[in-house]
Design a protein around this ligand. Structure first.
Ligand SMILES: Cc1ncc(COP(=O)(O)O)c(C=O)c1O
Length: 389
């Protein structure tokens, strides 16, 4: 890899083609893709509706700039709010940028409404919010911050699912926002408790603290709902999204309720490529596909099937966590070694924290593919059990 910066420890496989749940490498070997990038190609590789939308828009107009009206953006923003909650959307290009924008909005809110007296961002240990400076600072993991400290000093970290500690941290009255993943994906697919989330929502409302829900990994159908907050009976003040938005084209966004969004005025924030017509066209096609009647209910059924087949075969040797097709599988094996073994057996999975791998097949995966992928996973775990006996 002579000219590539060495920031990833890559598996030595080069994929050259994909269709639905299947990938092919440059030697012609096929794999079942139970990673979907990292929850990006949620509608499968080369989804016909998305491919057609991209093709059509590519022949019309790729880019103008945000100095002009972009109709595709306006239509997409309406589709997003219709499928989540009312507010205003800002388009960007990645999850980190979406969180960066949400953090900027929190700072702006604290500066303008509270004359700078509210500036702290509270986040959770074991969280992941991105690799830019503001987002790695909000990320409660030493390994992500290593080499880049001191992190931005306005961040405070508290244990996940611990309301007492959060209230203690916020008691000084200088907190602008709390940022939370409802399922800590990178952290090993650990879920927030329902009661905790309800209490947190009430606390933020009562104390005028902005509640940012990071749906970068959980959003776009992965958990069996369009967005994971729907499982919790709450609404965020600000929601960030990216990954699966355009099924593989780079895109991110944050959606803020009007009472917060109104602080973002011309000149406060911007992005050259954010919401360019070609990605918006793909993103509109994604929402249209995912909102077809019954689509999201099937995700729940598929997730239950995948989890139950694995549980039945592996029992205590594998702890299954998550919701829908956001599945974390914890075993006693090193996640990287298990992922390597899965690859040998023609299955792509993703490593995560907490001794886990993630099983994130495309939401379009068939029952047959679920059973096939599950059996490849079971075989891989059993092979490692044999090797370590
Ligand atoms: C919850 C969460 N937030 C933010 C990010 C950062 O997204 P990106 O890599 O697109 O910057 C990720 C990426 O894995 C994520 O899982």
């Amino acid at each position: 890899m002579p000219s590539l910066m060495d920031t990833y420890s890559r598996f030595q496989i080069a994929f050259v083609r994909g269709e639905g749940s299947t990938l092919w490498d440059d030697s012609g070997k096929s794999y079942l893709d139970f990673g979907s990038g990292i929850s990006v190609t949620n509608l499968g590789h080369c989804n016909p509706a998305v491919t057609e939308a991209i093709r059509r828009q590519a022949g019309l107009l790729l880019h103008t700039s945000n100095l002009f009206i972009v109709k595709e953006q306006e239509e997409l923003a309406d589709l997003i709010t219709e499928n989540s909650f009312p507010g205003k959307v800002f388009f960007c290009n990645s999850g980190a940028e979406a969180n960066e924008g949400a953090i900027k909005l929190a700072r702006l809110y604290g500066n303008v409404k509270y004359s700078g007296a509210r500036y702290k961002i509270i986040s959770m240990y074991n969280s992941f919010h991105g690799r830019t400076y503001a987002t790695l600072s909000a990320t409660g993991q030493a390994k992500v911050q290593k080499g880049f400290t001191p992190a931005a000093g306005y961040n405070v970290y508290v244990p996940f699912n611990d309301m007492e500690e959060l209230e203690k941290a916020a008691s000084l009255g200088d907190t602008a926002a709390v940022i939370l993943e409802l399922f800590q994906g990178e952290g090993g697919v650990l879920s927030a408790d329902k009661q905790y989330v309800k209490r947190l929502r009430d606390y933020c409302t009562a104390n005028d603290i902005m509640l940012i829900i990071d749906e970068v990994q959980t959003g776009y159908g992965r958990t069996g709902k369009m967005f994971a907050f729907e499982h919790y009976g709450i609404e965020p003040d600000v929601m960030t999204m990216a990954k699966a938005m355009a099924n593989g084209l780079p895109m991110g966004a944050f959606l803020a309720k009007d009472r917060f969004a109104r602080y973002m005025t011309p000149g406060t924030h911007g992005s050259t490529f954010g919401g360019t017509p070609i990605v918006c066209a793909a993103a509109k096609a994604v929402i249209k596909e995912m909102t077809r009647p019954g689509f999201l209910d099937k995700v729940t059924e598929k997730g239950n099937l995948l989890a139950s087949v694995i549980k039945e075969a592996l029992g205590d040797a594998c702890e299954i966590r998550g919701k829908g097709l956001l599945i974390g599988a914890g075993t006693k094996h090193d996640p990287k070694v298990l992922a390597e073994e899965c690859l040998k057996n023609g299955l792509v999975v993703i490593t995560a924290g907490n001794g886990s791998v993630r099983l994130y097949p495309p939401l379009t995966v068939s029952e047959e593919e679920i059973k096939d992928g599950a059996s490849r996973f079971i075989k891989s775990v059993k092979n490692l059990e044999e090797k370590t006996k």
